[in-house]
Design a protein around this ligand. Sequence first.
Ligand SMILES: O=C(O)/C=C/C(=O)CC(=O)CC(=O)O
Ligand SMILES: [Ca+2]
Ligand SMILES: [Mg+2]
Length: 398
Amino acid sequence: MTWLDIPSGHPFGVAALPYGVFSTPADPHPRTGVAIGDLVIDLPATVRRLAPSLAGAVAGPSLDALLAAGPAVWAELRGLLTTWVTDEVHRSHLVVRDDAIMHLPFTVADYVDFYASEEHATNLGRMFRPDQAPLTPNWKHLPIGYHGRAGTVVVSGTDITRPSGQRRSPDGEITFGPSRRLDIEAELGYVVGAGSVLGEPVELGAFDRHVFGVCLVNDWSARDIQAWEYVPLGPFLGKSFATSISPWILPLAALDHARVGPPERTVPLLPYLDDEKAQPWGFDIRLEIRLNGHVVSQPSFAGMYWTGAQMLAHMTANGASLRTGDLFASGTISGGSPGCLIELSWNGTKPVRLADGSERTFLADGDEVVISATAPGPDGSVIGLGSVAGRVRSPLAE
Ligand SMILES: O=C(O)/C=C/C(=O)CC(=O)CC(=O)O
Ligand SMILES: [Ca+2]
Ligand SMILES: [Mg+2]
């Protein structure tokens, strides 16, 4: 029970407690907050009064200090917050969530994007490399990824300008212009809190000592630019123009009840990736993708082949170090139903019909995409991951 009177089933109930950075028209300074029901707890003001020793961890215009503070502080603060939201005494420093303007919640250090959905990798392989086996020979031996562009990670609600770039038409003509195949990718993002030491790999079992929490990611993708440029070094300008993240970072601890084992691995894994006897880090997260308000897909995260712990172990296996604010994303989540339009429209050949009768293969200018997700919480409750939204803006004049 809580004095906040949150309806059961609310995605931001007492077991979620995600962190973000907000301001209000009355107080335009970005500051840290925690979402609870339809309210936001102003963290600096609350923590200064109730737990002054933690004030430094929640000060400043971002979550950076909290991320860097490490797992002992994360657990202590979450424990205190759980008490405060169930304790009548502490009803103060609250803001109505609808009044909160959300900001990019942390300084994104490095951004890595993986490719962990077998369904997505198989489908993209069929479309991009029809003359080859859909999964590349390495796919089940290591979580494939690439380094993306941290500086273009934007918070939900930021408009996305249609990118321009080189495209090759089916008859082989090379032109420069606005992408004609602008797409989305629904993904889960992992936010690194505590960094690591250069030269020292982070083992599977250390996942929750480094990863603070998760967010939703839309890895906007220009498929025509991507298909022409990606050989042999991988995605570049087709994906670097913008990546949107949800504003509320859900702490890993909030997903305790959502943890599931990964699917059966059909290829034996090298010891540094073998999680058969380790803690399972799969999550039963259900996503929903809306295009202009219409549901177009409801992918499931539960069957992702690679877990976040394996991604982390792999991206540090060579001794590459982690920094506070590193963001790594799962790759498009296409379990059960696809997490992107190129799969939904099968490479643009089968338009997706929306409930209002309109049709899409790829995104049109003005389209708005909202990706939301929930996971099971304790005692039959629901844990919300919130949502990531973005609208396509027409290209800059040529
Ligand atoms: O199969 C390919 O060549 C590339 C597929 C992708 O679009 C890569 C990507 O961003 C990873 C993902 O989201 O799963
Ligand atoms: Ca991606
Ligand atoms: Mg991107």
